[in-house]
Design a protein around this ligand. Sequence first.
Ligand SMILES: Nc1ncnc2c1ncn2[C@@H]1O[C@H](COP(=O)(O)OP(=O)(O)OP(=O)(O)O)[C@@H](O)[C@H]1O
Ligand SMILES: [Mg+2]
Length: 250
Amino acid sequence: MAHAPNMPSPIAIPGVSKIVAIGSGKGGVGKTTVAVNLAIALSRLGQRVGLIDADIYGPNVPLMMGSAQQPAVGPGNIIIPNLTHGIKTISIGYISPGDKPLVMRGPMLHQIIRQFLQQVDWGELDYLIIDLPPGTGDVVISLVQTVPLTGAVVVSTPSDVSLQDARKALEMFAQVNVPVLGIVEKQYNLPFLGSVELIPSIREGGDRGLPVTLAGPKSPQATAFYDIAEKLMLQAEAAAAAASDVIEIS
Ligand SMILES: Nc1ncnc2c1ncn2[C@@H]1O[C@H](COP(=O)(O)OP(=O)(O)OP(=O)(O)O)[C@@H](O)[C@H]1O
Ligand SMILES: [Mg+2]
């Protein structure tokens, strides 16, 4: 990846093999639902998984994972992530819960994202999944300046507006040299990584902190997420291998 001279170079997180961001051009299309269910599906498929809620202004991961406890802080100010449904998870919602909106400047946001990546005891992970906030690319820029991303998954609904915004998201990831590993559409039978039906039990699972994937790959509502997880693993392995090839040649 080419870097402007004043841009810090990203540094891998020791022990963390692949980092995958879940984004979209538009808000409310199901990013967090996909991130949470993908994390659980990957974990149930035998992967060691961490989950970062990078939505600092509107963290939804605590609700959807059904976890709220304040993370412990270990020696050297290392944050111990919450372990929920087998997933190591961090969210600003664990640290600053409540309904008060957080008002902060850009540098602070960057600082929090860096902390979540570098000052959390992630241990050994096959996948670190990052649930991105809606809207601008601020968080994505903080991410790519801090760590090498294996790739991104773009979530969209089949509406024209959402697809148009998804194209914007694709362009944004292209600009920062992050390979897009696939698209997830919240619609019946539309492929790429896969599509997820709009069904009440998926929303209810999120609202209760018990994502549908907890019922295992054979559960009808969960199958789509497991299929997406399997396809994502293939894409992420390929992207990680391609990235290490690049390093070997240069
Ligand atoms: N497949 C689905 N079937 C039914 N409801 C869904 C599905 N996917 C997501 N939802 C619901 O749609 C709403 C928005 O989903 P979610 O919070 O995952 O979107 P988001 O893209 O993360 O939103 P934001 O941009 O605000 O972060 C939630 O109430 C969620 O439960
Ligand atoms: Mg969200």
